[in-house]
Write a protein that binds this ligand. Structure first.
Ligand SMILES: [Zn+2]
Length: 167
């Protein structure tokens, strides 16, 4: 058999996802692994001005940017991704003026300090200010756990339900 007659069995390079597709995949992952809710509930302030950029949207910006670039995160470029997400109205909380570099750096800084201080935990099964009753499923989210929650959920085939993995 000649080489020429063989079908090309090399895997095709997947087409890159569009920004709306990536945003919908990442939103699904963040929701399913409950990270968005965990961070939102753990860091919610009941006093003072509410954050203009919700934690769940900051996580979405970071996740979309990471999935898109697959290289080191440069916060200036993260801001560009945020601007595109704002323009396409893919964030739920972004102020009209867009997302500033400071909001991103400040958010990342607060989030990583909160995780290091053990202040971010998985959702509780009771009102926030009550002491944890026996059997409360909440547990502190450590840095490795943060990463593994995201990864585990990303690998679940059910992400395909978004339809984004089909051409
Ligand atoms: Zn609890």
């Amino acid at each position: 058999m000649t080489k020429r007659g063989k079908p090309d069995v090399r895997p095709k390079r997947p087409r890159p996802y569009s920004l709306p597709q990536l945003a919908s995949i990442m939103r699904l992952i963040l929701t399913r692994c409950e990270l968005a809710r965990a961070v939102e509930e753990s860091l919610r302030k009941d006093t003072g001005r509410p954050r203009e950029l919700q934690w769940s949207d900051l996580l979405l910006i970071l996740a979309v940017h990471a999935a898109r670039t697959r290289v080191e995160m440069h916060l200036v470029q993260v801001e560009e991704t945020a601007d595109e997400l704002v323009e396409l109205q893919l964030l739920s909380s972004a102020p009209e003026r867009g997302v500033t570099y400071n909001e991103i750096t400040d958010g990342v800084d607060k989030l990583s300090k909160a995780i290091q201080a053990g202040k971010v935990s998985t959702p509780h099964n009771h009102p926030r200010d009550d002491r944890c009753p026996k059997g409360c499923p909440s547990e502190v989210i450590t840095e490795p756990m943060f990463a593994s929650m995201l990864l585990t959920e990303s690998l679940r085939p059910a992400v395909d339900e978004t339809g984004c993995f089909r051409a």
